[in-house]
Design a protein around this ligand. Structure first.
Ligand SMILES: NC(=O)N[C@@H](CC(=O)O)C(=O)O
Ligand SMILES: [Zn+2]
Ligand SMILES: [Zn+2]
Length: 404
């Protein structure tokens, strides 16, 4: 007996692989038309083995981006619309040149961002301060009072892009500031890598957890900490060993989709270079399992970090991947591949505001299953920026993404 099924089956890694449908399963046999992914049916009795049609549309609460680099000037003007299109709010990183170390400077930077917004956009920048060895507890009080500064960012000096003014010894130099942050309920956002040149680049996150983060949590268990852009199973284990509501982590699209092979595939790939650097596959898998598990300790933070193409493709290329235009599509892909689309919305839209004690967004965003081609570059001022997934076709199109 021949069986046909009236649904469209496309290749979804998390679904039962098509081949399992091809195996004869007495008393029926399923036949697939070789040149099409359509199966057609005559036997309604088979309905129990029929796959539901793949979801064509997703509606979720509008997400926020809890880790975003907007830069300033011409780059800001070019990249801001890409974030404002999909995200309602974003935590704005303070690693400008010079860094945003005071509330007064954060207020100015916020005005610059608001001025650069497309007309009618309700995107809200949530500002942060760049922690230095000399930040005062008083500055934390001013920041909290301002109502526009939502966190303080720890860059270990020399760890990443524009971190030269960062902290040299967090516990030795910043304890009074951290204690004030506990009093003010102000989260500390952490670039979690040691800068010790003797530590292997691929171990810098793990060693940071051992040397800095674990002692910090022990000393100040009430401090709210976000481990930014986690890349290892060590980070997953650490976050989960801490109390929900006190320690959380943001996760980027690149650390969910790529492993370190992507840095060397067919030659050196500078556009896949970011910090912390991509890790081996087992770490990527641990992070995917963590975020798709439904844990409330993880939330969306793109770490979208635009650099001029010439600064990426040179003998000493900058670290940072520009993902703002593609990030949402890519996160959906990750959750779909893991068979966890039901966990997507908490990660993109609930866990972040819940951790920060902010209201969840009211508005929605629709994503349609509709191939769209990512531009190879985005222009700004006198240069261009190469986005993540440059030139490739992505499957999920956010409703306000212009089709190419
Ligand atoms: N992630 C990166 O590789 N780069 C970021 C800085 C950072 O988030 O560490 C940048 O500002 O370019
Ligand atoms: Zn960082
Ligand atoms: Zn960053």
């Amino acid at each position: 007996m021949q069986v046909a099924i009236t649904t469209t089956v496309s290749a979804h890694p998390h679904r039962k692989p098509l081949v399992s449908l091809l195996r004869p399963s007495p008393p029926h046999r399923i036949r697939v038309h070789p040149f099409s992914h359509r199966l057609s049916t005559r036997a309604s009795a088979m309905s129990s083995s029929v796959l539901p049609p793949p979801q064509q549309q997703l509606t979720i609460t509008r997400p926020d981006d809890w880790h975003l680099h907007l830069r300033d000037g011409e780059v800001l003007a070019a990249v801001l619309p890409h974030s404002a299109r999909h995200f309602q709010r974003a935590i704005i990183m303070p690693n400008l040149k010079p860094p945003v170390t005071t509330t007064a400077r954060a207020l100015e930077y916020r005005e610059e961002i608001l001025r650069a917004l497309p007309l009618g956009s309700s995107f809200t920048p949530l500002m942060t301060l760049y922690l230095t060895d000399t930040t005062s507890p008083e500055e934390i009080k001013i920041a909290r009072k301002s109502g526009v500064v939502f966190a303080v960012k720890l860059y270990p000096a020399g760890a990443t892009t524009n971190s030269q003014d960062g902290v040299t010894d967090i516990l030795g130099k910043c304890l009074p500031v951290l204690e004030e942050m506990v009093r003010q309920g102000m989260p500390l956002l952490v670039h979690g890598e040691v800068t010790d040149p003797h530590v292997d680049t691929f171990d810098r996150e793990k060693v940071f957890i051992e040397r800095i983060l674990a002692p910090l949590v022990q000393k100040l268990p009430q401090l709210k900490i976000v481990m930014e852009h986690i890349t290892t199973m060590d980070a997953v284990n650490f976050v989960e060993s801490c109390k929900e509501g006190h320690v959380a982590a943001t996760v980027t699209p690149q650390h969910l989709l790529l492993n370190r092979n992507a840095l060397f595939q067919g030659g050196l790939q500078p556009h896949n270079y970011c910090l912390p650097v991509l890790k081996r596959e087992t770490h990527r898998q641990a992070i995917v399992s963590a975020v798709t598990s439904g844990s409330r300790q993880y939330f969306l933070g793109t770490d979208s970090a635009p650099h001029d193409k010439r600064m990426k493709e040179c003998s000493c290329g900058c670290a940072g991947i520009y993902s703002a235009p593609v990030a949402l599509s890519l996160y959906v892909k990750v959750f779909e591949q893991a068979g966890a689309l039901d966990k997507l919305e908490a990660f993109t839209s609930f866990n972040g505001p819940d951790f920060y004690g902010l209201p969840r967004n009211n508005s929605k965003i629709v994503l349609r299953r509709s191939g769209w081609k990512v531009p190879t570059t985005y222009p700004y001022g006198a240069g261009v920026i190469v986005p993540m997934s440059s030139g490739s076709t992505l499957e999920w199109l956010p409703s306000d993404q212009p089709e190419e």
